[in-house]
Write a protein that binds this ligand. Structure first.
Ligand code: ASP
Length: 341
């Protein structure tokens, strides 16, 4: 028998990939994909319980535990809400920012991480301009690492706070999610998808709960090859057509710091993709308007829309504290009862 004939008869077994060793620590949150439905529900439930708890009791939950915030990129909402969340649970926090630390002198992420661990930190919240940096930090320190945004890759806590916001409006009263919770809900994400870690984390999360995500933007900011359309995710270039279908409209900032020479005609962009009061009233009067911030008024959306009745932008900010309390608590308690929360 020829070798080709025997190979043809052998059943085909796809190559078995070794399970990812990440995250090493059960309290880490590196990617939104790390979370099972059970973990997701645990975080949502704890976010609500901790928000409703008496602050004077809440700050005993993690009293004197040490949390470091390591930020290589600027941040207002994410940094402040992580810090307030950790403090609300009683943690001692310290901020290491790339502009005022030895990082400026050339210290590597590994050495900075090991130094922070030697100083007694029990968890590290990391924002970094390189995609994948939280995985490296976790591997070096084996501490729980919370990804507060890595390059153009992921921003898992943003997706969680966005989910909390969406549920409050679209499924009020729902406290537990499953694969059908958002069935029939179309979420349009518009703007600079290419550079957006917020878009990626939401695209990875919302379809798991039944939502359909429409990605909308010009070719420069939404190249077909960069996006894998799959179950629950598709591209719609026509913003007005997308608005007509949407219950949730998530607008994104054009990330000037990552454009790297990419030329964009802003007037044309605004003509095609700006969320104006007129478009919202006519095409999506029932939709909520979301934005991870920072917003650029007059570019991706008008000031009237940002401040309007359909905007949930500040609600998202408040939900950031709730979600991050739950995520910090999980980081410092996961595995204590032998299981992954
Ligand atoms: N704040 C979000 C982020 O850190 C979105 C943005 O910067 O436009 O990814």
């Amino acid at each position: 028998m020829s070798p080709t004939a025997s190979a043809a008869r052998r059943p085909f077994h796809p190559p078995q990939l070794a399970p990812s060793p990440f995250p090493y620590h059960p309290g880490s949150l590196l990617s939104i994909q790390d979370l099972t439905l059970e973990s997701l529900n645990h975080i949502l439930t704890r976010a609500t319980a901790l928000t409703n708890q008496d602050p004077l009791k809440r700050d005993r939950i993690l009293a004197k535990r040490r949390v470091a915030l390591l930020f290589y990129e600027s941040s207002t909402r994410t940094r402040t809400s992580f810090e307030l969340a950790a403090k609300a649970l009683g943690c001692d926090t310290t901020l290491v920012s790339s502009l005022s630390s030895s990082i400026e002198k050339g210290e590597s992420l590994k050495d900075t991480g090991l130094t922070i661990r030697a100083l007694g930190a029990e968890a590290i919240i990391l924002r970094h301009n390189s995609s994948g940096a939280p995985w490296l930090l976790e591997e070096c320190t084996r501490l729980p690492v919370l990804n507060a945004g890595d390059g153009m890759h992921e921003h898992p806590t943003q997706a969680l706070l966005d989910l909390r916001t969406i549920l409050a409006h679209v499924r009020p009263g729902v406290t537990e999610v499953n694969a059908d919770t958002l069935a029939g809900v179309t979420v349009t994400i518009t703007g600079d998808i290419l550079h957006s870690r917020v878009a990626r984390s939401n695209m990875l999360l919302l379809p798991r709960l039944g939502a359909h995500v429409l990605l909308c933007g010009p070719k420069e900011l939404l190249p077909e090859l960069a996006i894998s359309e799959g179950p629950g995710v598709s591209i719609e270039r026509d913003f007005e057509a997308a608005l007509r279908k949407s219950r949730v409209v998530m607008m994104l900032r054009i990330q000037g710091e990552r454009l790297a020479g990419l030329q964009l005609d802003l007037e044309e962009y605004k003509a095609n993709y700006q969320l104006t009061g007129d478009r919202l009233r006519k095409l999506a009067p029932q939709a909520i308007v979301m934005h991870p911030g920072p917003i650029i008024r007059g570019l991706e959306l008008t000031a009237g829309v940002a401040d309007g009745a359909q905007s949930t932008i500040l609600e998202q900010v408040s939900n950031g504290v709730a979600i991050r309390m739950a995520v910090v608590e999980r980081a410092l308690t996961a595995g204590m009862n032998g299981g992954r929360a």
